[in-house]
Design a protein around this ligand. Structure first.
Ligand SMILES: *Cc1c(COP(=O)(O)O)cnc(C)c1O
Length: 360
């Protein structure tokens, strides 16, 4: 078997241990004589998986009874639409902070539904940054405030969250469960699973139950949060295989010491990579302002685009894949989510040293 070092931004690396369990169980799940994919989503075998997935998420996030974990479909992009459809009532406005490509997409969808106030716009700032969230002029009486905790393309990450009067909603697609979180600061958090939680096809939503009651009855049932609360995320056929992998990934996270345990590992990994960038005498230049450097997506430049292309090509040849920066910004990006092993970082740092020596 030969596995590459996978720095893909999403879908992204999964823990090898999880893949191996899924492989062992693939054709005969728990002695039932069939795959989990072939089980009824309303049967006993799947029900145990579903309940453990919900319970693991609750444990890892330290949720109380005010919140409900939901498994939805349509990715984080569907939430860009569902949030305003449910929570932005007639005559109300919502506050959004534009920190980059993903926040912009959320804003564009919300504008189709109602009035949007953009409190700050750092989407085009170079070096890549975010505003001071504590200093923003939040709109009194806003339906909610929407932020993006980690800008996957830019490589910036919110290091703390503002206290807002209106419910705070965060797109955490690329840094969910990378660190401990006080969920009571939020009305809702959400994430497509394919970066830190499992395969694509499942979206994790954690919502305060009272907020889910706001959606008008005229919304189609499938677009209402409360439909999924009422039905324990089994309103229709759930993405069962994705939830099964989510269950295994969250079990793996609990074994790593939960959010606190994985945070230490993530900080060590990111620390090594940023140290390699900062120790290169300016050959490698980090793109995010240092105080907001993401522990999940590390972005940097080389002296020229030609060298960047060569860097990606030679890294790929050495089994390190997915390092090309997003097409909209260029440069290099290493996505080092929870499941990216420390050995991958060590290999990349060694390669960077070598590459500079040969091409400096
Ligand atoms: C990847 C990503 C998305 C898009 O997720 P989909 O599940 O593909 O819709 C949204 N927001 C952020 C921050 C992301 O990183």
């Amino acid at each position: 078997m030969s596995r590459v070092f996978n720095f893909n931004p999403g879908p992204a690396a999964l823990p090898l241990e999880v893949l191996e369990i899924a492989q062992r169980e693939l054709v005969d799940f728990n002695g039932t004589g069939m795959s989990i994919m072939e089980h009824s989503h309303r049967g006993k075998a799947y029900d145990a998986v579903h309940e453990e997935a919900l319970a693991n998420a609750g444990k890892l996030l330290g949720l109380n009874d005010d919140y409900q974990v939901l498994f939805l479909q349509g990715g984080a992009s569907m939430q860009f639409a569902m949030i305003p459809l449910n929570l932005l009532g007639a005559g109300q406005s919502a506050d959004y902070v534009n920190t980059g490509a993903w926040a912009s997409k959320a804003i564009n969808e919300a504008k189709k539904v109602g009035t949007v106030n953009i409190l700050a716009d750092t989407a085009k700032d170079i070096p890549t940054t975010m505003p001071d969230f504590d200093a923003l002029a939040y709109t009194p009486g806003a339906a909610y405030v929407h932020v993006t905790s980690n800008e996957t393309i830019a490589g910036t990450q919110m290091k703390s969250f503002p206290k807002t009067e209106a419910p705070l909603i965060a797109d955490m697609s690329s840094d969910i469960l990378c660190r401990p979180l006080d969920v009571t600061q939020f009305g809702m958090i959400y994430a497509g699973a394919q970066k830190n939680l499992g395969p694509s096809g499942v979206t994790l939503v954690v919502i305060r139950k009272d907020l889910a009651e706001r959606g008008t009855d005229s919304l189609p049932a499938f677009l209402q949060y409360r439909t999924f609360i009422k039905n324990n995320s089994l309103y229709n056929t759930a993405p069962t295989f994705g939830i099964y992998i989510f269950m295994l990934v969250t079990r793996w996270l609990l074994e790593k010491g939960g959010a606190g345990g994985i945070e230490k590992i993530n900080e060590a990994k990111a620390g090594k990579l940023y140290a390699a960038i900062d120790g290169s005498n300016g050959y490698y230049r980090g793109t995010a302002v240092p105080a907001l450097r993401s522990t999940m997506n590390v972005t940097w430049r080389l002296p020229s685009e030609e060298l960047e292309a060569k860097f990606v090509q030679e890294a790929t040849a050495q089994g390190m894949i997915g390092l090309k920066g997003h097409r909209s910004v260029g440069g290099i990006r290493a996505s080092i989510y929870n499941a990216c092993p420390a050995e991958a970082i060590d290999a990349l740092v060694a390669f960077m040293t070598d590459f500079q020596a040969q091409n400096g």
